[in-house]
Design a protein around this ligand. Structure first.
Ligand code: UDX
Ligand code: UDX
Length: 474
């Protein structure tokens, strides 16, 4: 600990990266540890301005419970700035929370993680740190990344009084429940070799996490556990999604199957909700990364096994788009289609890898006119996602925050994200404004079927073969 700062704070923490992981994690640490000074830095000035916004209305991350914790800590023991070098030089412990996207070019393009930001952070830490500094890798990284960080840091050891200790402390929070997950984690995983540093980081978490939930391992186990955890979770979703198509053909119901198998604790009931496929910044990237690592180590069969999880996910989205086109008499050209939900899941404003992107683009390619609603996502974000997939046409889609307007005069409604407000829609009234024969495609099984009886609507629900004879629900 830097001696001159001990009077004020027990410890000075710096976090590089004020994104979905860095921001909420530091808010929770600052709240539980008023004696620790937490400085969050980011190269993106807009993000920092967002975290510092006066009225708390433009925070870069939307998470339940975040605002109230931020109100208690911001500008007390929690600060956001772009003074990267200064805050590194003052820190005892630095969390690296930068993004690690899939590489776009060069060796491993499309599969391996791009570690350029991690490297950049390590170089900045090597340059600006003053004395002993603990460097905590929180970003999800391939196994052995800590070795790269150590090598870069060790360059600076010669002829200086700097020393470094590297720890791995992957984050398991899920977006939408970040604060709950951070407040009450199932486990905190810390990997490292240096006992003193391991103990120090454990002591921060132990302010609010039961000691038995704090697991310590070697560096490589910790790094690999994060990739493996995400791969297992994604595998569970692909497994249940693969069964949806069989249900639709046979008359079995996916929810009944999920309930029946989930009662076996070896399978577990969590993460068995069928849907349009997993999205988010992690699952796809981490599976690609895991299968790339397996290939790198000559384990082709293992690589193929994990890649299969992603293949099912891509297939599920394509299958849904094709089925919509098929039900709309083989053409959606110039038909208005309403899209309900664009974020990758409910309760977040994050659209990264959202299944809505590919489903929308498949329909746009077929000439559909889309009207998109989402309670937390706005036009510029949707545009960014489309542009990143090389779709730049802006006259074929609109965003509206008014659900009635989105549905009015549409041929079909596609529910893609399970936002709570969509569960309360009054379909009898809404359907009256649609073009007949009207369709509802429910990819998340959230629409209340009772609401649809007598609504004069054709209805498709994922993982169900709905019989048309008993009602006008097809
Ligand atoms: C995190 C993890 O760190 C990533 O490895 C994991 O797989 C997903 O979750 P996340 O917080 O979601 O990433 O990323 P993002 O919201 O993009 O935030 C990263 C931030 O780091 C951005 O605000 C970016 O501006 C910042 N950054 C990036 C820096 O401040 N410095 C850099 O050198 C690079
Ligand atoms: C995930 C992991 O859950 C978390 O532990 C890790 O730290 C980061 O990656 P996140 O991506 O935020 O978190 O959300 P998650 O709740 O896991 O959902 C991912 C995707 O899977 C979403 O698109 C969601 O809709 C989908 N999903 C999830 C399903 O389709 N069915 C399910 O049963 C669960």
């Amino acid at each position: 600990m830097k001696a001159n700062l001990l009077k004020e704070y027990q410890l000075r923490v710096c976090c590089i990266g004020a994104g979905y992981v860095g921001g909420p994690t530091m808010v929770v640490i600052a709240n539980h540890c008023p004696d620790i000074l937490v400085n969050v830095v980011d190269i993106d000035q807009r993000k920092i301005d967002g975290w510092n916004c006066k009225d708390f209305k433009n925070l870069p991350v939307y998470e339940k419970g975040l605002e109230s914790l931020l109100r208690k800590t911001r500008n007390k023991n929690l600060f956001f700035s772009n003074n990267v070098s200064e805050q590194i030089s003052k820190a005892d412990l630095i969390f690296i929370c930068v993004n690690t996207p899939t590489k776009k070019n060069g060796v491993g393009a499309g599969k391996a993680s791009d570690l350029k930001w991690i490297e950049l952070c390590a170089r900045q830490i090597a340059k600006y740190a003053k004395t002993h500094t603990i460097v905590v890798e929180k970003s999800t990284v391939p196994v052995k990344t800590a070795e790269v960080i150590e090598k870069i840091l060790n360059q600076e050891l010669i002829n200086s009084n700097k020393t470094f200790s590297v720890l791995s402390n992957p984050e398991f929070l899920a977006e939408g429940s970040a604060i709950k997950d951070l407040e009450n984690p199932q486990r905190v995983l810390i990997g490292g070799k240096d006992k003193k540093s391991l103990d120090l980081l454990s002591s921060i978490y132990s302010r609010w996490v039961e000691p038995k939930k704090i697991i310590t391992t070697n560096l490589w186990s910790s790094e690999l556990s994060k990739l493996t955890a995400n791969a297992f979770l994604a595998q569970k979703i692909s497994s249940i999604n693969s069964i949806t198509s069989l249900c639709e053909k046979t008359g079995a119901e996916i929810n009944e199957v999920a309930n029946a198998i989930g009662t076996d604790p070896r399978i577990g009931k969590e993460f068995l909700s069928a849907g349009p496929g997993f999205g988010g910044s992690c699952f796809k990237k981490d599976i690609l990364n895991l299968s790339y690592l397996c290939e790198y180590y000559g384990l082709k069969e293992v690589a193929d096994y994990w890649y299969g999880v992603l293949k099912i996910n891509i297939w599920q989205q394509k299958r849904i788009s094709n089925l919509i086109i098929d039900k709309l008499n083989g053409t959606v050209s110039d038909k208005k289609i309403a899209i309900l939900g664009f974020s990758f899941k409910a309760d977040t404003n994050d659209t990264r890898e959202s299944p809505a992107i590919d489903i929308c683009l498949n329909l746009l390619e077929e000439g559909a006119n889309l009207a998109i609603h989402d309670p937390k996502v706005e036009t510029h974000q949707i545009k960014k996602e489309f542009n990143e997939r090389n779709y730049n046409e802006s006259s074929k889609w609109i965003y509206s925050s008014n659900i009635n307007e989105v549905i009015n005069q549409s041929y079909a409604v596609i529910l893609i994200t399970e936002w709570a407000i969509y569960k309360q829609l009054k379909w009898k009234e809404l359907v009256k404004t649609m073009i007949k024969p009207a369709w509802i495609f429910d990819t998340r099984m959230v629409i209340n079927e009772v609401e649809l009886i007598d609504a004069n609507i054709n209805y498709w629900r994922i993982g169900n073969k709905i019989n048309s004879s008993s009602s006008n629900i097809i």
